[in-house]
Design a protein around this ligand. Structure first.
Ligand code: FMN
Length: 155
């Protein structure tokens, strides 16, 4: 969202976090609950293009249905997992263009969903403010040592 009026409404839904109003643009990254039900249409071009055969097409759809049908928590986990990967990619893309970004989960999900007119199966996962670095921005915070956050199995 990047018009002044839309930004003001989104800022209110994000508990008035200043960066939503100050950033050039704030992206609302959305996840889809039950996204597996869209798989038949999504992979049809692969079937039509000869990249997979009918058996693989049917197999993939059957496997996705088996994994996700009736499992609402898992569907929601998947929506958040997939949207989080998209959000991080967006942040790297912004960085690649010399911009800065800020991830936010400090927002009222119902208010953001209403503002973005999200469908019932869509959930706002994260807000990503993107823009030029402003004077006074906090520098990057400390990072834990790699050895504390990454381990290798000896097996
Ligand atoms: C998932 C997630 C949600 C966050 N939500 C907020 C938020 O709502 N407001 C905020 O000021 N910072 C939030 N943060 C923290 C900042 O986005 C940022 O990661 C943190 O300040 C570290 O900054 P640095 O990467 O410059 O060191 C969030 C971070 C993450 C990973």
């Amino acid at each position: 969202m990047n018009s002044p009026a839309a930004k003001a409404r989104l800022k209110a839904a994000a508990y008035n976090q200043p960066k939503v109003g100050d950033a050039a643009v704030t992206f609302v990254v959305v996840g889809i609950v039950g996204g597996h039900t869209k798989l038949p249409a999504l992979i049809k071009p692969m079937l039509d293009g000869g990249h997979i055969d009918q058996a693989a097409y049917d197999g993939w759809i059957g496997m996705a249905n088996g994994m996700y049908n009736g499992k609402e928590q898992f569907q929601r986990d998947e929506a958040i997992r997939s949207a989080s990967m998209a959000a991080m990619t967006l942040m790297y893309a912004a960085h690649g263009k010399g911009l800065v970004s800020g991830a936010m989960i400090g927002f009222d999900p119902a208010a953001v969903a209403a503002e973005c007119k999200l469908a019932a199966d869509e959930i706002p996962v994260m807000l990503i403010a993107v823009g030029n670095a402003a004077p006074g921005n906090w520098p990057r915070k400390v990072r834990r040592p790699v050895a504390e956050v990454l381990s290798f199995s000896a097996d």
